[in-house]
Design a protein around this ligand. Structure first.
Ligand code: BDR
Ligand code: CA
Length: 361
């Protein structure tokens, strides 16, 4: 009897050890990511999706001014990590305004408080005292070639990090941006909001020389969540799912009111691509950011051919005498399996679908 009791305890210990090892291996295999964000409705959804995805290990959130001011964004980020019970996660405030442009916040697109009017209890977490771009620099050096930066706000923090310490560029694994569009803007005919806010920063980020994946409006505006899908998340119960549903419902109303058939959840797609790159079809291109211009400031101009005309000035006229190659600097998402992405989003953010996050071990 005594022996069988001890055996049982031994068996239980072995099981626990196996479970702990599996968790550790899982956490190790997960991709280390920093989310640079301006929360922001869809930013909040993106953060929660990342925290519920075992493929990712979120190392930090850095907050940038964009959808809302940086202090409001920091407050929102703190509430979101608190909701997710992740006070262990460093959340650091970054740039208060774009490099040169005037700050452009957008209450119309993000609702009261910046989270679509969705209520969250006060955060139980404490903000990290470091400056966002400095934290990015620190983490990239701590984990050389391991960090993926997911940028879902204006690119100001990323640009400041590069300007302060250009040696981080070759040490970053990849940069996935919810940014830009090669088929028209959402702020105006040309520019997408994040790039429009700080074109000078975006220009630096695209020209830096690190591997950039651009997840722009070309895919985010055709991946729309429906009211029925929002209901499905809400029905799953739990505080997180209820919050996600409230935010997503705000998006549905907002986008339907501006001519779309459902709600865009842009930033969540950048996280989706970090989780599973096969969700999108990527095309290698050279992207230039229009930093001046009368009507196209903030446009991401795509060179699909990989060449520009070689034009020679002949005094009274110009002559095209051939073509010059331009090097690609981005992988641009030009197609998406929207259904598969939304399925992933709904499963992970419904309370029953909560996966064990890669970052919490
Ligand atoms: C982007 O701008 C913001 O409104 C959203 O949070 C997203 O990052 C979409 O253009
Ligand atoms: Ca955003």
């Amino acid at each position: 009897m005594k022996i069988s009791g001890s055996l049982k305890i031994l068996g239980l210990c072995a099981l626990l050890l196996l479970f702990a090892t599996a968790q550790a291996v899982r956490a190790q295999a997960a991709e280390r990511v920093i989310i640079d964000t301006d929360p922001g409705t869809d930013d909040a959804l993106a953060i929660l999706l990342a925290l519920r995805s075992p493929e990712l290990r979120v190392e930090a959130l850095t907050v940038v001014a964009g959808n809302v001011t940086a202090p409001v964004g920091l407050g929102n980020a703190m509430k979101v990590v608190s909701l997710a019970n992740r006070c262990d996660l460093p959340v650091a405030e970054g740039a208060q305004r774009p490099l040169h442009a005037k700050l452009n916040i957008e209450p119309f697109w993000n609702g009261p408080g910046g989270l679509g009017g969705a209520e969250l209890p006060p955060s139980q977490c404490k903000a990290d005292p470091r400056f966002g771009p400095d934290l990015i620099i620190e983490l990239v050096h701590k984990y050389p070639h391991e960090i993926t930066i997911i940028g879902v706000g204006p690119e100001t923090n990323l640009a400041l990090a590069i300007l302060k310490d250009p040696t981080i560029v070759p040490l970053v694994k990849r940069v996935i941006l919810m940014a830009g569009s090669i088929s028209g803007g959402n702020v105006n005919g040309a520019a997408e909001f994040n790039v429009y806010c700080d074109p000078d920063a975006a220009d630096l980020v695209f020209r830096a020389g690190w591997p950039v994946t651009m997840v722009g409006l070309d895919v985010t505006e055709i991946t729309l969540i429906s009211s029925a899908q929002v209901d499905q998340i809400e029905r799953s119960g739990g505080a997180e799912a209820k919050f996600v549903a409230a935010v997503a419902r705000f998006q549905v109303g907002l986008y339907q009111g501006t001519g779309f058939s459902g709600g865009a959840i842009h930033d969540a797609l950048a996280v989706g691509v970090a989780i599973d790159p096969t969700l999108v079809k990527l095309r290698t291109m050279h992207i230039d950011v229009e930093t001046e211009g009368r009507i196209a400031r903030g446009e991401t101009v795509a060179n699909r051919l990989g060449t520009v005309d070689h034009v020679v000035d002949k005094g009274d006229h110009l002559e095209t005498v051939g073509v010059d190659e331009v090097k690609p600097n981005a992988q641009v998402a030009v197609g998406i399996d929207s259904e598969r992405f939304l399925k992933l989003f709904i499963t992970r953010l419904s309370s029953s679908g909560a996966a064990i996050a890669g970052g919490k071990s």
